[in-house]
Design a protein around this ligand. Structure first.
Ligand SMILES: C[S@@+](CC[C@H](N)C(=O)[O-])C[C@H]1O[C@@H](n2cnc3c(N)ncnc32)[C@H](O)[C@@H]1O
Length: 199
């Protein structure tokens, strides 16, 4: 069974429905302000943004508002029940800049170097998003000056250290609890330098 099939599993969707309600509960909104956290990712009008594991949209709606009508937000999620909820929420909020995509974020299907931001909010560490496969994919889809923004709750644990050591990203800074990384220039991406001949 591949990941997308898993995302359509009736049992899994039934099991995760209560978690979806908690993720968009009033209590969560009271305890943490999604806009303040998103500001840590430096979202700006007109940006193209990939949100990995968007869940029931706690961050999706405010993020879409921050990038405005000229921006584009791809909200990627595996579970069908969350995808339905996201679609409903985006429509209710009148957001035309959100594309809800049911897909495994380990193989996004997005074009290379097209994203200004990749938001990994509340999705790390996660068994179905192993860093050794997720980081190369995020590196591939981000523009060279793009930013991978990671918000980990309740604990960051070993994840920041693993990202630094991976060689796929360079650490920029941490703002409002959000770790920001720039895609590293890797040997394979670096422009070939023609050695000048000694005269
Ligand atoms: C803990 S929830 C966080 C949801 C949301 N970001 C939030 O903070 O409210 C993690 C989400 O990642 C999704 N997810 C897990 N693995 C995924 C994958 N490989 N591709 C896409 N989404 C995935 C889960 O279905 C779940 O909705």
């Amino acid at each position: 069974m591949n990941m997308e099939d898993l995302g359509n599993s009736k049992l899994l969707n039934w099991l995760f429905k209560p978690a979806g309600r908690v993720m968009e509960s009033r209590l969560r909104h009271r305890l943490s302000d999604p806009v303040k956290t998103l500001q840590g990712a430096d979202l700006r009008p007109g940006q193209t943004v990939l949100e990995v594991g968007a869940g029931t949209g706690f961050f999706t709606v405010p993020a879409a508002r921050m990038i405005g009508a000229q921006g584009r937000l791809i909200a990627m999620e595996l579970l069908a029940t969350y995808v339905d909820r996201l679609t409903e929420k985006a429509a209710a909020a009148g957001l035309r800049n959100v594309e809800v995509v049911q897909r495994d974020a380990l193989r996004t299907g997005l074009d290379t170097a097209t994203m200004d931001r990749a938001l990994l909010f509340g999705v790390l560490p996660y068994l179905s998003l192993p860093l050794n496969r997720l980081l190369p994919e995020m590196h591939r889809v981000l523009k060279p000056d793009g930013v991978m923004a990671v918000w980990m709750f309740p604990v960051a644990g070993w994840v920041p250290g693993s990202i630094r050591r991976s060689g796929w990203f360079d650490y920029l800074h941490k703002r409002n609890g959000v770790y920001c990384y720039r895609p590293a220039v890797r040997a394979a991406d670096a422009p070939a330098v023609t050695p000048s001949r000694p005269r």
